[in-house]
Design a protein around this ligand. Sequence first.
Ligand SMILES: Nc1ncnc2c1ncn2[C@@H]1O[C@H](COP(=O)(O)OP(=O)(O)O)[C@@H](O)[C@H]1O
Ligand SMILES: [Mg+2]
Length: 441
Amino acid sequence: MSFRPFQFLKRMLPSGLYWRSLMIIVLPMVMLQAFVTYVFMERHWQMVTEALSRSAVADIAMLLSEYEQDPGEAAANRIAAQASEFLEMSVAFLPDEKLPETNTGYEGLLDRSLADEIRLRIAKPFWIDGERYDDYVDIRIAYDGGVMRALPLRSHVYAANSHIFIVWMVAASIVLVIVALLFLRNQIRPIERLAEAAEDFGMGRDVENFKPQGASEVRRAAIAFMQMRSRIRAQIEQRTAMLAGVSHDLRTPLTRFKLQLAMLKDGPEIEELRNDVREMERMLDDYLDFVRGDPSEISQMTDLGELLKEIQFDSQRKGHTVTLELHGALELPLRRNAFKRCLTNIIDNAGKYAGEVWVTAIRDEGDIDIIVDDNGAGIPDEQLEEVFRPFYRLDEARNLDEGGTGLGLAIARDIARGHGGDIQLARSPMGGLRAVIHVPV
Ligand SMILES: Nc1ncnc2c1ncn2[C@@H]1O[C@H](COP(=O)(O)OP(=O)(O)O)[C@@H](O)[C@H]1O
Ligand SMILES: [Mg+2]
């Protein structure tokens, strides 16, 4: 596999909208800050410091040259007085003194620019200490026969409080990020709510008082979702009503049929006809049962374990052997009656077409699996999907004729899907059929 930088980047990026938008805001800001800080430090700060050093060194150069024209104690005192009065700088001329031996190399911005200026303007041996005093910088310059010592104010040679600018910038951007955080949260909440509502609807759950909120695009999506939801509901209701109507209306001619058959003389053909009519009646009854299943049933918190025990009890009363096993927390919102019918259809099938039934319910991360195993004949692999078709029955089942119509699995799957889940059939380790009913929690 080749290395794909964009795929890699995609995986590294946060997937949630919140973190993504935060990144979109914070990243450019940090970049801007880094850039501005760099430019500021490199250019502005340096330029200001250089300008200040230049003028301080010019002052010192002037004082020194004045002294050198007329060396002597009187001149030294006069110059020191002038420097302290007009330049706020203490100056002393120390004859017979030498420069200190230590030399600090002049690394920092201040030392460096001072040293450069002294080399340029005075061109005499010198020594600088910018560290020793908090408020002053110690500058010493050797002249013929002595050392001049000058202590200019630090703030006169160095753009000292420039770091305040950076502190302000960082503080301002922290405030900005916090404001963005709060606003973003409010912008994203309506999207989260819409996603939750859509998920709930997909799982057949009630979406309580959902209202379109937030930015206009989100609101539009929410309105579209609500319209889609009511269209789907109307469609389901209409389909159900139509099926119920058809099934119901068919019963009238069928009853007439039955009456007419009853009046005919007995004979083998008549008996066959009666059987057919009876089967049609049963199909219609099943159908009506199915569509009568309340479509407006509201989903409510249900203990699936309890529901399964109920079904086990009912099933055992019908003479089936059902073993039940429950694992984990099995509470979830369900349309109870509908879901009971779904499970009953599957478990009854197993009881009907096999001798023994094992039911296991397992809570997994975000869903629950109900596994129904039996030790019967099972279903051939190529028909595992076919049997979900309405009225589809295997030949063995027809021969056995336990009074089924082939609707059970179709109904069960319809209900499972209505809860956002599904049903899968497979071969069971117990020898027969395995049905797995899966529902999201
Ligand atoms: N546990 C099972 N073992 C073997 N065959 C099964 C099992 N469950 C269902 N079937 C087959 O699938 C067909 C469809 O099942 P279903 O829809 O419940 O209809 P019905 O039970 O009314 O015949 C059944 O007729 C039967 O042939
Ligand atoms: Mg059945």
